[in-house]
Write a protein that binds this ligand. Structure first.
Ligand code: KG4
Length: 344
């Protein structure tokens, strides 16, 4: 394959509750369309069956819009990159089946993408008129989303090694589950972030895990948070309402401390000072501040993604597909999606 050739990639993402399609010319983003699903708001979490139905409704208009916005036609597309997993199986099946149909109908090759790898490689998406600064290999990525909390050594675009990960809940799950206990709607992470800005982060103490290696754990925090609120509400039924900002600020600080402690440990163990962060929780303002402070103190070269690339999007699937395409790692028609998929 001629690596200098201009490659037009159509990326498709449907792993959870966002239907997204993006078009890239090599690393340059031409369009990135996302249809969010409001239908889950009343249920306190994503309802898998409703998510797949919404993907079914959204996928064709979303792809159509992405192609039009990019100023191309379907005949210009060289490869379709789709999310193979991890995620909700019904949701993944919509993106996978659409990709296969589109591939056969238009005779375009496919590349399957690990969603987690997509989050990590979001830093390689280029936007017109913006300075190009990419992390240098090897770099360390703190991947924090609703389903994952991992520390990854990224040796190359397609060579990654997980050196630490959660043994129970993910950081985003901790935000969302604690928010639910407080009676806040799903997803709770952004709301806790907002409320925390007005609160005292040292007002309350919650338990932190004592794990020696680089693994994370958030289930103990969730339980201690639950018991803490239960006890305080017994004394004062309005405790949450009266202390909302302080509770959120203290909870957020605890989650950030847990994340940062292991990241610092990982930089010391690996000697890597090129640091990136990825995933939904990387939108958190407290985490962004903590990362910037530590980077300054410790001489890290830090890469924080744009907000648009923190949550699920097809641009990151497209960029990963681009690198896999260059590496000739194509996908076959019989490849099926996986609800569970690891990085290695
Ligand atoms: O990466 P993502 O969009 O979905 C996957 O898990 O794939 O991450 C969603 C998670 C949710 O748990 C949400 O509460 C969290 O990211 N999140 C935040 C913030 N924005 C999104 N958590 C804390 N602070 C935020 N600003």
């Amino acid at each position: 394959m001629d690596k200098k050739k201009e490659v037009i990639v159509l990326g498709i993402e449907s792993s959870c509750d966002d239907t997204s399609a993006a078009v890239l010319r090599n690393q340059e983003l031409l369009s990135n369309v996302i249809a969010n699903q409001k239908v889950h708001e009343n249920y306190g979490g994503v309802v898998p069956e409703l998510a797949s139905r919404a993907h079914q409704q959204n996928i064709i208009p979303v792809v159509d819009q992405a192609i039009k916005q990019a100023g191309i036609t379907k005949d210009d597309i060289d490869v379709i990159a789709y999310t193979r997993g991890p995620g909700l199986l019904g949701s993944l099946l919509v993106g996978t089946s659409f990709t296969k149909g589109f591939s056969i109908a238009n005779n375009i090759p496919m590349v399957d993408v690990n969603h987690l790898q997509g989050h990590v490689l979001a830093h390689f998406i280029r936007e017109e008129g913006e300075p190009v600064e990419e992390p240098k290999f090897p770099f360390l990525c703190l991947l924090v989303s609703g389903g994952n909390s991992q520390l990854i050594v990224v040796k190359d675009h397609l060579e990654m090694k997980v050196i630490g990960q959660t043994i129970d809940d993910a950081a985003g799950e901790a935000f969302d589950k604690c928010a639910k206990v407080m009676g806040l709607p799903y997803p709770g992470g952004p709301l806790i972030d907002k409320l925390a800005k007005e609160g005292n982060p040292d007002a309350f103490q919650f338990s932190k895990p004592r794990i020696q290696n680089l693994d994370y754990s958030f289930s103990g925090l969730k339980t201690s948070f639950l018991y803490f609120l239960r006890d305080r509400i017994k004394e004062n039924p309005d405790f949450i309402e009266e202390n909302k900002a302080d509770i959120c600020a203290s909870l957020q600080k605890t989650i950030i401390d847990i994340l940062m402690n292991k990241l610092i440990k990982a930089t010391k163990e690996t000697g890597i000072k090129e640091i990136t962060v990825a995933g939904g929780v990387s939108a958190n303002s407290g985490l962004r501040n903590a990362l910037q402070e530590e980077a300054k103190k410790r001489g890290w070269n830090l890469f924080i993604p744009k907000f648009a690339y923190t949550t699920d999007n097809a641009a990151m699937i497209g960029i990963t597909g681009y690198f896999k395409f260059l590496n000739e790692e194509m996908s076959a028609l019989e490849d099926v999606p996986f609800a569970r998929m690891v990085i290695e």
